[in-house]
Design a protein around this ligand. Structure first.
Ligand SMILES: NC(=O)c1ccc[n+]([C@@H]2O[C@H](COP(=O)([O-])OP(=O)(O)OC[C@H]3O[C@@H](n4cnc5c(N)ncnc54)[C@H](OP(=O)(O)O)[C@@H]3O)[C@@H](O)[C@H]2O)c1
Length: 254
């Protein structure tokens, strides 16, 4: 039987590219996301290659997550890799200008959603044992502060620490845990962050060479297919044309 990967946020960006990468290697796919039409399109595209099961799912809904996992059909149950990828940033403005609701949406998706899916699949992953993986998509924003990062960066710091802590508890089970932390990558991420401002998204990526979804998908696949005794704890990936900047200092007017 082929290996099975469970991907959240498979309707766009890293998740969709990862689905294609795992399919290329013959893995069976469980694809989750809220936009059913996109899941159906991806299933249509990949089903000649590998078995594909889709589930319209909002990861924020713990009961819905539990039901999707409980209802996995025969052939999709013994998940070997969980890709916790569903997530978003909102409100690029300064913290003091942000609507509280946007903070809650990020916390509910990037933290609560991620723990919902992890909790529901842990027994399965432990039963899979040696070679099983939990791959959590964090961000450089979880490690490095920047203006407008506020709650988004903090949710990704959670992803890093949760990943490390899981490793401690899963010691002896064979289940690996990795925090993959991408930098600037062109997906629908900025379109979502700016609530649909395509021009703002284009501006951010114009004139540079950002990462693309396939770059991250390749790293995700690499981590999931390493020999069973290797655990990459954290993988931080930036485009060459991105780096840190100087500290900002508030000065008196001259
Ligand atoms: N692009 C970057 O620069 C970057 C850098 C570092 C980290 N990341 C992280 O990478 C991950 C993927 O982002 P991306 O860049 O690929 O952005 P994207 O193209 O906007 O994809 C985000 C995915 O998350 C899903 N999603 C969002 N809310 C969800 C919810 N409540 N329930 C289920 N699925 C949900 C979306 O699916 P539906 O809308 O169909 O539900 C979509 O498939 C995120 O965790 C993001 O924080 C991105």
């Amino acid at each position: 039987m082929s290996d099975i990967v469970f991907i959240t946020g498979a309707t766009s960006g890293f998740g969709r590219a990862a689905a294609r990468r795992f399919a290329q290697a013959g893995w069976s796919l469980v694809l989750a996301g809220r936009r059913l039409e996109r899941l159906q399109a991806l299933q249509e595209e990949l089903k000649e290659q590998v078995p594909v099961h889709i589930a319209a799912l909002d990861v924020r809904d713990a009961e819905a997550v539990r039901q999707v996992v409980a209802a996995l059909p025969e052939g999709f149950r013994q998940v070997k890799a969980l890709l916790n990828n569903a997530g978003l940033a909102l409100a690029p403005e300064a913290a003091q200008k942000v609507a509280l609701e946007d903070w809650h949406t990020m916390i509910d998706t990037n933290i609560t959603g991620l723990v919902n899916v992890t909790h529901a699949l842990l027994p399965t992953l432990i039963a899979t044992g040696q070679g099983a993986s939990i791959i959590n998509i964090g961000s450089v924003a979880g490690h490095w502060p920047y203006p407008g990062g506020h709650v988004y960066g903090a949710t990704k710091a959670f992803v890093q620490q949760f990943s490390y802590n899981l490793r401690c508890d899963l010691l002896g089970t064979g289940v690996r845990v990795t925090d993959i932390a991408p930098g600037l990558a062109e997906t629908e991420f900025t379109l979502v962050r700016t609530k649909g401002d395509q021009a703002a998204s284009d501006r951010l990526y114009r004139g540079t060479t950002p990462l693309v979804a396939e770059d991250i998908a390749e790293q995700i696949f690499h981590v999931a297919s390493l020999p069973a005794h290797i655990n990459i704890n954290r993988l931080e990936i930036m485009p060459v044309r991105q780096a840190w900047s100087a500290f900002a200092v508030d000065r008196d007017p001259q």
